[in-house]
Design a protein. Structure first.
Length: 404
């Protein structure tokens, strides 16, 4: 089936361009320009914005869909199918679902046996789902019981991205014991005494086990073609070390020096779209907007709220932090390149996968997704706005409003 999207403002590699026609055929972008093709479907894109589909490298929204309340879990197949539909409506064409291995004492979803079951189910269902649903394996480095399970998943090709996280108090996200106790008493419903006991257990484990298992996991992941990430980097020394380990993406660095060091080393630096949309970190760590303004942040991930990707990008444009084209690349082109997928997706170029989103920028100030395509198949469509924005208004989208 051929689909011709006509007269859109399209985010092309060279920037936003008005009056573009994009032809989809055979799951690919067949041509870009203008022409008189006679497709099976013709879409009038007057006043609309066509962007590459959003690629989310980090989101644990899957946990809340499976278990929205403590003790209230839904069947896994149903939860994953319903989340898949939500992702399409948010413009996400490729999602790396975060599954935690060894982080929780009270939430079984964040334990290796359950996380591995979800990972395998995702890979089983993926061909029948609408968007690309992939697995981001988040490993708590002090949990040795998870190591053999991770090796099994890597060998089975049931994991697509491996990240290392260290929630030992005194570094990373938890620079002091009070912060650790507060977080785990709220997130894990632990008493203060239980949180302190967990802290001491993690510190003892981390001090005993060393790093040999991390090198083995990293080597195995690299041999199977997986990208490595590191979570909550806080110092130049930590970033240097994970870079030597083969880590390619620094997720949620908690200090500016860590973010800038990662950027200097050529690593992708991922910050949270919710952080940007709200205007700051929930835990008082590095501001996503400040990281972007410094030039360190190259990727936005939805963290826990997929709907924030597009709205964070538009806020960056609206507030004059970035031109819209650069803001949208934080959630499409840059994450694709970080995962080594730039030859396949993440950009509107002839021959690439037709993973696209059609956006109404909206005169009301709240942009919305109208269509999402994955491999040329329309996986989400909603009603068009009856009064699209005129061409004169569209030109405002491509105006750079900040000082490089």
């Amino acid at each position: 089936m051929k689909t011709l999207i006509q007269n859109v403002t399209a985010l092309l590699p060279e920037g936003l361009q008005d009056g573009v026609d994009v032809l989809l055929e055979g799951g690919r972008i067949a041509s870009i320009g203008s022409g008189s093709q006679d497709p099976a479907e013709r879409i009038d894109g007057e006043g609309l914005l066509l962007a590459p589909g959003f690629i989310d490298l980090h989101s644990d929204a899957i946990e809340k869909v499976i278990r929205p309340r403590p003790g209230g879990s839904f069947p896994l197949d149903i939860a994953l199918h319903e989340l898949d539909k939500q992702l399409a409506a948010c413009g996400v064409t490729r999602m790396y679902h975060c599954l935690c291995f060894g982080e929780s004492q009270t939430n079984e979803i964040r334990t290796a046996p359950v996380a591995s079951r979800i990972a395998r189910k995702l890979h089983e269902l993926n061909p029948r789902l609408q968007v690309h649903n992939l697995v981001h394996m988040r490993y708590e480095v002090s949990d040795m019981d998870s190591v053999p399970i991770l090796h099994e998943l890597i060998e089975e090709n049931a994991g697509d991205l491996l990240s290392f996280m260290d929630h030992t108090p005194g570094q990373g996200q938890f620079t002091c014991m009070e912060h650790f106790k507060k977080y785990y008493s709220q997130a894990e419903h632990l008493t203060q005494e239980q949180a302190v006991e967990l802290a001491h257990t993690r510190m003892a484990q981390r001090g005993e086990i060393g790093n040999d298992h991390l090198h083995e996991l990293a080597d195995h992941a690299h041999a199977r073609g997986l990208v490595l990430a590191s979570h909550d980097d806080d110092t130049r020394e930590k970033v240097d070390w994970v870079h030597e380990l083969g880590v390619h993406v620094s997720e949620f660095p908690v200090t500016m020096i860590a973010a800038q060091t990662a950027a200097e080393l050529g690593m992708g630096v991922l910050m949270g779209a919710p952080n940007v949309l709200r205007g700051g970190s929930l835990t008082g760590n590095l501001s996503g907007i400040e990281a972007i303004q410094s030039g360190a942040c190259t990727i936005l991930g939805s963290d826990y709220a997929p709907m924030t990707l597009m709205h964070a990008a538009f806020r960056l444009h609206r507030d004059g932090v970035l031109p819209l084209e650069e803001a949208l690349r934080l959630i499409s082109t840059h994450p694709a390149n970080a995962m080594g997928l730039g030859h396949e997706t993440g950009s509107i170029q002839e021959g690439l996968a037709a993973d696209l989103v059609l956006i109404d920028p909206s005169a009301s100030g709240v942009p919305r997704i109208l269509d999402t395509w994955v491999g040329g198949q329309n996986v989400y469509r909603t009603q068009r706005h009856p009064h699209p924005i005129p061409a004169t208004k569209r030109k405002e989208l491509s105006v750079a409003t900040h000082d490089h």
